[in-house]
Design a protein around this ligand. Structure first.
Ligand code: ADP
Length: 449
């Protein structure tokens, strides 16, 4: 019958689609449900890249990296509060995940640097297209090719279990059909985070009350309630990530790659105040410490040319430009004289190859070509680290770490992979690796049951 399958996947972001394709390829009959009228969740908004170590793409560019180094960077970025076993999977499977996506048609050949990474390992399409939109499109095309039953406007409400506690399906609500249940041996929760739910965010971290969020409207965390009602434990819920650079003028998230490719951060006084490539939580705290709780990304045409995404910001009107730093300062209310001195000083540091002021680890280029640009930025809520507890097979577990048979979780809905702070580029890596793993494990489980 139509509503009886092996595996139901809840959520159509990167984790959900990865799980659906991988469950299918492991022999399962699959339904994917999505509560919103559009696919892609937050995943399709991701602009940075997909972190992976020891890839062919890195080797082609002579970048020396290893899963061990990715593990170390991820643990350090997460303040060592990550679940080490999950980080081990993230790092050691990352190359395989890039290869998997590449085999399915993705272009992840450009490799850039993002905050908290010791080397360039953020894989993205060459030419600056958004990695999230690209990855979701490739996964969607592959789901369509496999004829996977995709049901939009359909919300997962409650996991149904047998008397002995095994998953037997899920109660859903379709926009037109109303409530019905889908019978399945396994359910994969891939419902994303809750950054858009400011009541929930502020109840966990009062400092974040009223913060704007970059997330899509579906990111309110109802999947967490579904998991909890099914017996799953939540962990690390208090760790909520504010992205350091949301445009004040436009409310768009300005990708870390702008800094990675050479922009500096200055305050209204025209001065640098932080290593621009530090972790997101440190950069956010530093910006909130400046006059007006905002700061400016300053760059020139050489940075603009290095990243096509910047033209999008210019098109959106959030990156005013002028042919001198004094003029730019006047337009934006920054001390232009100090700004001129700051940029001159920064250029000397670039020439010397060492940032003795703030220990910035990469100094890709001097800022002295053509026009200058300023994007005013402030931190906003970007990612929720906490969520459903899973084990190394992506099985959802209860507070005693006992498996709930047939229930799986992957992506932002889970907690543990990122500890207290997620590194840029690790979200796409997480959703592909754990989505794929959850799909495979769920398919295998359903064969046995
Ligand atoms: P991830 O990055 O972990 O893949 P995303 O935010 O990209 O997460 O995607 C999660 C998707 O799940 C979103 O499209 C969201 O609308 C959807 N979703 C959230 N809760 C439910 C639910 N209860 N039922 C169906 N879909 C849901």
């Amino acid at each position: 019958p139509r509503d009886t399958v092996d595996v139901v996947i809840v959520g159509s972001g990167g984790a959900g689609f990865s799980a659906a394709v991988s469950a299918y390829d492991n022999g399962a009959k699959v339904i994917l449900i999505e509560k919103e009228p559009v696919i892609g969740g937050n995943a399709k908004l991701a602009a940075g890249g997909m972190n992976a170590a020891w890839t062919d793409q890195q080797k082609a560019k002579d970048i020396k990296d290893s899963p061990e180094l990715m593990y170390k960077d991820t643990m350090k970025g997460g303040r060592d509060l990550n679940d080490p076993a999950l980080v081990e999977i993230l790092s050691s499977h990352s190359k395989g995940s890039v290869d998997w996506m590449t085999q399915m048609g993705a272009d992840l050949t450009d490799v850039g640097r993002m905050g908290g990474a010791s080397v360039n390992r953020s894989h993205r399409p060459t030419g600056g297209a958004g990695v999230g939109a690209h990855v979701v499109q490739v996964l969607y095309d592959n789901a369509v090719k496999r004829n996977i039953d995709l049901r939009m406007n359909t919300r997962g409400i409650e996991v149904l279990k047998t008397d002995d506690g095994k998953v037997k399906g899920i109660l859903v609500k379709g926009m037109y059909k109303g409530y019905y249940w889908v019978k399945a041996d396994a359910v994969v929760l891939a419902t994303g985070g809750f950054a858009k739910n400011n009541d929930r965010v502020a109840s966990l971290d009062p400092k974040l009350k009223g913060f704007i969020s970059t997330n899509q409207p579906g990111a309110v965390g109802d999947g967490l309630d579904v998991a909890e009602n099914a017996g799953g434990a939540l962990k690390d819920m208090q760790y909520i990530q504010a992205h350091p650079t949301l445009s004040v003028k436009g409310g768009v998230m300005v990708t870390e790659a702008v800094r990675g490719n050479g922009a500096i951060l200055v305050n209204r006084e025209g001065k640098r105040f932080v290593n621009e490539i530090t972790t997101r939580d440190k950069a956010s705290a530093a910006i909130l410490g400046q006059t007006g709780k905002s700061a400016f990304l300053i760059f020139d045409d050489s940075v603009r040319k290095s990243l096509s995404k910047i033209d999008k910001y210019i098109g959106l009107g959030v990156a005013p430009t002028a042919d001198s730093l004094v003029k730019l300062g006047k337009m934006e209310g920054i001390d232009g004289k100090a700004l001129t001195e700051t940029v001159a000083r920064y250029n000397t540091l670039v020439a010397s190859g060492k940032d003795t002021d703030f220990e910035r680890p990469n100094l890709p280029r001097a800022l002295n070509e053509g026009n200058y640009y300023a994007i005013e930025v402030t931190p906003g809520i970007h990612h929720t680290m906490g969520g459903v507890m899973i084990d190394t097979k992506a099985e959802v577990v209860n507070a005693k770490k006992q498996v709930i048979p047939g229930l799986y979780g992957a992506g932002e809905v889970t907690g543990g992979v990122h500890g207290a702070n997620r590194l840029g580029g690790n979200a796409i890596s997480d959703i592909i690796t754990f989505g794929r793993l959850a799909g495979e494990e769920a398919a295998k489980y359903s064969k046995k049951n």
